[in-house]
Design a protein around this ligand. Structure first.
Ligand code: URA
Length: 283
């Protein structure tokens, strides 16, 4: 059924892509409900190699000269767990991440990027890691990809001012925006898990393959998982519905996949409504 609001929302998204100089926006602009959006030939999604979720196991203990187990007192993952467990609020958690010295990425980073958005939000987005702009400003998703993310979410009435809380797997920029390593993810994981415990989101969204694989411990590629209602499980908490999304940085590089992103946004909006999550007016 045609919904005038969806049409408006679609146009808002198309306008944004057009503003960004992406020529596929023209095709999207002419798309109308009832006519399927052409999914232009897309570069085949490279099957991402799955970085394993921080498994919460500290690195193998080092051994003494004769192979006797030696106790590690200074395990950075244990330090992260200890610090994270002290947080009684999201504000405290943020301050504790800033105190953490265990992750080598911190040395080269300008800032610690923990989270942004409404503490009371029911929707929590987990991305990958800060980029240059995020590192400069100390906030997640504020560069080009972040601006696209904001515009996409706004098309379904979700904003970080009102109902979305955004964080990343990693709190410091990996040099040259390289992929985060499994050990870096393990070091940051206790803080992410504690954020989820404190925040108790009703809906989790994972942006991109890294966050999706890490959070959901799935083998499938992001193209198979995106837009599906899955479930995030964490000890001591009820399962949380989770929808993986294409990463906005991927969409900037592959604008031909915008129709898929729009499908995912509609799935997210539907699930918000099912879960009783209030959405603002869609743009
Ligand atoms: N990409 C991410 O995954 N997170 C950010 O904060 C910025 C870009």
């Amino acid at each position: 059924m045609t919904h005038p609001q969806s049409d408006l929302a679609l146009r808002a998204l198309a306008d944004f892509w057009a503003d960004m100089g992406l020529e596929e926006a023209r095709a999207l602009r002419t798309w109308r409900p009832g006519r399927s959006a052409t999914a232009p030939s897309t570069p085949a999604a490279r099957a991402p190699s799955a970085p394993r979720m921080p498994d919460q196991q500290p690195p193998t203990q080092s051994t003494g000269p004769r192979g006797a187990p030696r106790k590690i007192n200074n395990n950075p993952i244990n330090d992260a767990r200890r610090l994270a467990s002290q947080a009684q609020s999201l504000a405290e958690l943020r301050a504790l991440v800033e105190q953490y010295e265990g992750c080598p990425l911190k040395k080269a980073a300008k800032t610690t990027v923990v989270a942004d958005g409404a503490y009371s939000a029911d929707v929590m987005i987990v991305g990958e890691a800060p980029g240059a702009e995020e590192d400069a400003r100390g906030l997640p998703f504020v560069g080009r990809a972040g601006q696209l993310l904001d515009r996409m979410l706004a098309t379904v009435g979700l904003t970080r001012q009102e109902n979305v809380y955004i964080t990343n797997l990693i709190y410091w920029r990996p040099p040259g925006n390289r992929d985060p390593s499994p050990i870096e993810m393990q070091m940051c994981a206790p803080f992410l898990l504690r954020q989820i415990e404190l925040k108790k989101p009703k809906l989790l969204l994972t942006a991109g393959k890294f966050a999706t694989h890490a959070m959901l411990n799935k083998e499938d590629g992001i193209m198979k998982l995106r837009g599906r209602k899955l479930s995030y499980a964490q000890d001591g908490m009820p399962a949380i519905p989770c929808i993986p999304m294409l990463h906005p940085a991927y969409l900037l590089r592959n604008p031909a996949d915008k129709a898929k992103a729009w499908d995912d946004l509609r799935a997210i909006a539907r699930l918000c409504d099912e879960l009783g999550i209030k959405r603002g007016a869609a743009l």
